[in-house]
Design a protein around this ligand. Structure first.
Ligand code: NI
Length: 262
């Protein structure tokens, strides 16, 4: 059974797992073992950015990659590890241990029914360490449970905002004012997807300090309005179109390599 991309779903108009029936998924699995799992976060994004920024962006990039490759996309895991943002209302965080269990259980659910390539498209830096730890636990569990495909199971985490062409584009457009949280690049993508968010945009004081990430109380003291080194007022919906194109193009290539990887 080959994992090549050409064997993935023919009908690329609907790649949402949520809109499939189980017989359709069973039939898909006879041709393709790959699936995309978007993961984001529900957390403050500065005084002008939407709480759902990381989930909205991960989902739209995942659906675009799914559309381009024909690979199914699971519902988005909208809650992530955002403990350090808990000093701001609206933030909803999973502890690292909880997120680890969630990712572990979701990936294992997919694996036990035959998926062998789980491609996680992430929109939040705080999820990276925990997701990688979850993969290690998944491999261990798949073996312990005696899943027939345990030795073939592969999980990969990609961060759309760290894809080379996205990073380069952000640097060109915003320079140092891209910062590292509530960045104009991610806000641009949300403005493209949800134009009504434009009404929240306003100039902000220039100083938005960067710095270490500790606990939520310390974070709010260091970053009183929630931004980290960024100027989200530079965001524009037309930039969002560019970021989506660059992210989807780079990650589609990564996904093809991943599916073909033995
Ligand atoms: Ni974000």
């Amino acid at each position: 059974m080959t994992l090549e991309l050409s064997n993935c779903v023919e009908n690329q108009s609907s790649v949402r797992l949520a809109l499939k029936t189980w017989p359709e998924v069973e039939s898909y699995l006879r041709k393709c073992k790959g699936i995309i799992l978007p993961i984001g976060s529900t957390e403050q994004h500065g005084p002008t950015g939407a709480i759902g920024t990381d989930a909205i962006t991960a989902e739209v990039v995942a659906l675009e990659v799914g559309k381009r490759t024909g690979v199914l996309v699971t519902p988005t895991q909208v809650f992530g590890m955002a403990e350090h943002h808990l000093g701001f209302p609206g933030t909803m965080s999973l502890k690292p241990s909880t997120l680890l269990s969630v990712i572990h259980d979701l990936v294992l659910s997919l694996a036990r029914n035959g998926f062998e390539r789980v491609f996680v498209i992430n929109g939040h830096g705080g999820n990276i360490a925990t997701t990688k730890a979850a993969f290690a636990q998944v491999y261990s569990s798949a073996g312990s449970l005696g899943l027939s495909n345990a030795s073939r199971l592969r999980c990969k985490l990609v961060n759309w905002f760290m894809a080379g062409p996205v990073f380069k584009q952000a640097k060109e457009l915003y320079g140092d004012r891209e910062g590292s949280h509530a960045t104009p690049s991610e806000i641009s993508l949300t403005l493209h997807i949800h134009p009504s968010l434009q009404s929240k945009q306003r100039p902000l004081p220039e100083s938005a300090p960067s710095g270490p990430i500790n606990g939520p109380e310390d974070f709010r003291l260091r970053h009183p309005d929630g931004r980290m080194g960024s100027d989200p007022y530079l965001a524009k919906p037309e930039h969002g179109v560019l970021f989506l194109e660059k992210a989807a193009s780079a990650l589609s290539k990564d996904l093809i390599d991943f599916l073909n990887d033995t």
